[in-house]
Design a protein around this ligand. Sequence first.
Ligand code: FES
Length: 74
Amino acid sequence: MSSNIFKPFKIKLEKDRPYFWCTCGLSENQPLCDGKHKNSEYKPLNFKVEETNDYFLCGCKKTKKQPFCDGSHK
Ligand code: FES
């Protein structure tokens, strides 16, 4: 995936499937968790969506609407 973690990621998500959004910023599979938070204080955010669609997930980790982009990266 892109190495620029500060921009939102457009990603297709499937209805009712569990996803884990990376909150620590260390994952190499942004914007999703790959387990790299293990030795940090962070835990991934477990979420689901109600319909299969393209979504913009936050890459800068400053959003107030986790895990979705709210424009805070600007
Ligand atoms: S790798 Fe960042 S929260 Fe898991």
